[in-house]
Write a protein that binds this ligand. Structure first.
Ligand code: NAD
Length: 246
């Protein structure tokens, strides 16, 4: 499905990003694995990808840092010769009630989750414009649509990602660069493992399908958005939430 394509997945050393990187590789793409801190985990994803018979590299970069991001894109295009698929997946949470939220907690989340998408999108845009093709897939969140108490910073960032997706889709459409987003609901990863049992129970009660999603559930939709099967879609946000928000 993606043979001969090359992809970059941010925050790909674990969780949803890891699963997306492996799924794109399974479809034949060469995949660059971006990571922030845990090099050993990123290396093990690279090795899993190589076992699938495609190329992979790991690149340490803070997605919110313009210089890091520029160097990362240069390394990907230098190694693979093109960059066809960018998946903006890196994200963090710093949950707190708004009244107690520190400015730094707000800034950190906006910087990584929203500005990071801007930096990576801007940095790949020249390459994709030259290629006259590309796919950008942003990992938003269902709470960016519904809102969520205790997550004003995260929700604002993810709502921003949905807006950025639409705007970029319109700006890039004439160059055949398609920009879409996925909005996962409650997916079982390190991010959600941090929730208390009480919070998990209450989330489960809100999911019509009655179960948590798995990283692979997100990866398969990203694979669709990266493939030719979604050639006539841009600016969309697909909900992967077990029916939580409809
Ligand atoms: P995770 O914490 O397991 O993974 C996030 C990854 O992003 C980590 O590898 C981390 O090192 C990386 N990262 C963080 N800051 C970074 C930075 N500045 N530069 C580069 N990499 C950085 O979480 P996850 O659940 O796999 O989340 C992946 C994405 O999915 C995030 O954008 C998250 O907001 C989104 N999401 C997750 C859920 C869920 O239920 N797990 C739901 C909706 C959306």
């Amino acid at each position: 499905m993606l043979e001969g394509k090359s992809a970059l997945v941010t925050g790909a050393s674990r969780g949803i990003g890891r699963s997306i990187a492996l799924e794109l590789a399974r479809q034949g793409a060469n995949v660059a694995v971006n990571f922030a801190g845990n090099e050993a985990k990123a290396q093990s994803v690279v090795e899993e990808i190589e076992q699938l018979g495609v190329k992979s590299i790991k690149i340490q970069a803070d997605v919110a840092n313009a210089d890091d991001v520029k160097a990362m894109i240069k390394e990907v295009t230098g190694t693979f010769g093109s960059l066809d698929i960018l998946v903006n997946n890196a994200g963090i949470t710093r949950d707190n009630l708004l009244m107690r939220m520190k400015e730094d907690e707000f800034d950190q989340v906006i910087n990584t989750n929203l500005k990071g998408v801007f930096q990576c999108t801007k940095a790949v845009s020249r390459q994709m414009m030259k290629q006259k093709s590309g796919r950008i897939i942003n990992v938003a969140s269902i709470v960016g649509v519904s809102g969520n108490p205790g997550q004003a910073n995260y929700v604002a960032a993810k709502a921003g990602v949905i807006g950025l997706t639409k705007s970029t889709a319109k700006e890039f459409a004439s160059r055949n660069i398609l920009v879409n987003a996925v909005a996962p609901g409650f997916i079982s990863t390190d991010m959600t493992d941090a929730l208390t049992e009480e919070q998990k129970e209450s989330m489960l009660g809100m999911i019509p399908l009655g179960k948590l999603g798995q990283p692979e559930d997100v990866a398969k939709v990203v694979r669709f958005l990266a493939s030719e099967d979604s050639n006539y879609m841009t600016g969309q946000t697909l909900h992967i939430d077990g029916g939580m928000v409809m």
